[in-house]
Design a protein around this ligand. Structure first.
Ligand code: ZN
Length: 92
């Protein structure tokens, strides 16, 4: 069974998710987890992965500085993860 959606313009109910079948008004669908067709917006709850900064707009010294920071950040996360993992096996 399709979901019935109420039109905010005319108040009629319909099944078409894109527009109202009665007055053809486009539905203002808002979803917190939708990508909104923005390629820069990550999917909700996507696991982050290690990505080096290869932006050619940044000068080389700035890129190496950013990438050194990223490597340090992931090293800190790895140590924290290792401690959390050990604590889990101590606890069970
Ligand atoms: Zn309508």
């Amino acid at each position: 069974m399709a979901t019935q959606l109420k039109c905010t313009e005319c108040g009629q109910w319909g099944e078409d998710p894109d527009r109202c079948p009665s007055c053809a008004a486009e539905r203002q669908v808002h979803s917190t987890f939708a990508n909104h067709e923005n390629p820069n917006r990550h999917k909700a709850f996507e696991m982050p992965t290690m990505e080096w900064n290869n932006d050619p707009q940044n000068p080389h010294w700035k890129r190496s500085l950013i990438n050194a920071g990223k490597a340090m950040h992931w090293a800190v996360l790895a140590v924290g993860g290792a401690i959390a993992w050990m604590a889990y096996w101590v606890a069970v």
